[in-house]
Design a protein around this ligand. Structure first.
Ligand code: SF4
Length: 399
């Protein structure tokens, strides 16, 4: 994992144009594709005192200068991830209504590999039924790059070497999981993960500042783009807004309530927030956002005692979520970690807002995958989790 998921490996693949996958197959590389998630881009923008737009262009320019062929933002994968999570929640809600013993709820988000690995190792088979089957946006992006982009270009999926820019080391573990070897495509969704801090090291190793790099535009490769590529933020949290988007959709679809009041009530500490939908004094939906190990432990303890009141919980291992990921650039110039995260939260909140339900590109991709709910969508955008032995995998979480 350490070798396959390193900046050195990326540079080696760029020079040799071939790589060996986890199953020992050596593949010639026709295209190297980088997908950038917003949190590390904002971290690097803060580090080099650039605007988010300028940081995106500089990063695209940097990756192209070292030999990357295509640089993408991940908005379409984030949108599809939320749309799939919304559908999955409705399905689970109905199943729970018809069989209250079915362990469909609370649905627990699955986009944080730090949390998922912890759950698999520590709580095994008890917790798994509750964890969402929707892949994280990183893995959905991988399925799109390896599946859709290769198909459209007439290339074997394994001939695309897919790299992601991410906020934590746990995303490397996620990318390497056997669960994310898509059998339909005979390859992993993501071949290499580079973090914000590693990108800073790569620049520094070559004696460069991001400020000095020539700019390039992001690529538009899907054919259904209605707007120029670029970073987008999702309402609700800097980790992707899962609770927010699933809540809004469920309120409308299950109870006919559009535009509900969205008040996040802080409970116990700033990293545990609750969101309720009420009508005539009755709570219809109770959601939560739980960040950090302390809150996760409380959540699981309550669940085990049968005392969890929630329908859905957005669970993230890092306190303050992905903007505070373990491989984001460290604060400098006397700034505290908390102050830096506050700046990143403000920057994320100021990004143009993504609206998954109105995304032309998401509809376009769904159409290519034979529509929402199709077997192809199920195979490419969902996964399963399983209990693992404590020694099977090394956790990198900075609790
Ligand atoms: Fe990674 Fe932390 Fe985000 Fe989890 S919460 S995906 S560990 S950055």
């Amino acid at each position: 994992l350490v070798t396959r998921q390193s900046q050195e490996e990326l540079l080696r693949v760029l020079s040799e144009r071939k790589y060996t996958d986890t199953r020992g197959n050596t593949n010639e590389v026709s295209l190297v594709v980088v997908s950038m998630s917003p949190q590390p881009v904002l971290s690097l923008a803060a580090r080099y005192k650039l605007s988010p737009d300028d940081a995106v262009k500089k990063l695209a320019g940097y990756f192209k200068s070292i030999g990357v062929d295509i640089v993408l933002d991940m908005t379409v994968a984030e949108d599809l991830c939320l749309l799939e999570a919304q559908q999955e929640f409705l399905q689970r809600y109905h199943e729970q209504q018809s069989d209250p013993t079915s362990k469909q709820l609370p649905m627990l988000s699955s986009s944080c590999p730090g949390w998922v690995c912890y759950a698999e190792k520590t709580h095994g088979n008890f917790i798994l039924p509750y964890i969402s089957s929707t892949k994280s946006s990183q893995q959905i992006m991988g399925a799109l790059v390896k599946g859709e982009m290769s198909r459209r270009r007439g290339l074997a999926p394994a001939a695309l070497y897919h790299v992601t820019l991410m906020p934590c080391y746990d995303k490397k573990l996620e990318a390497s999981r056997e669960d994310f070897y898509t059998e339909l495509l005979s390859c992993h969704d993501v071949d290499c993960v580079v973090t914000a801090i590693e990108l800073e090291q790569m620049l520094s190793n070559s004696g460069k500042s991001l400020c000095d790099v020539s700019e390039a535009e992001l690529d538009a490769v899907w054919g259904g783009e209605a707007e120029a590529p670029g970073l987008r933020g999702h309402a609700g949290s800097g980790s992707g807004g899962f609770a927010h988007h699933v809540f809004l959709h469920a309120a409308e679809q299950l109870f006919g309530i559009t535009d509900p009041t969205m008040v996040y009530k802080e409970l116990r500490n700033p990293d545990f927030k609750e969101l309720t939908l009420e009508r005539e004094g009755q709570v219809l939906l109770r959601f939560a956002v739980a960040n950090g190990f302390r809150n996760i432990q409380n959540l699981v303890t309550k669940l085990k005692r049968g005392k969890s009141p929630y329908h859905y919980v957005e669970v993230m291992a890092c306190p303050s979520g992905c903007l505070n990921g373990g491989a984001q650039v460290r604060p400098s110039d006397g700034e505290s970690g908390r102050e830096l995260v506050s700046r990143l939260e403000a920057a994320y909140g100021a990004l143009p807002r993504a609206q998954p339900a109105r995304s032309h590109l998401a509809s376009h991709i769904y159409h290519s995958l034979h529509g929402p709910g199709s077997d192809k969508v199920r195979a490419m955008l969902h996964t399963t989790y399983h209990a693992i032995q404590k020694d099977d995998i090394a956790l990198n979480i900075k609790w």
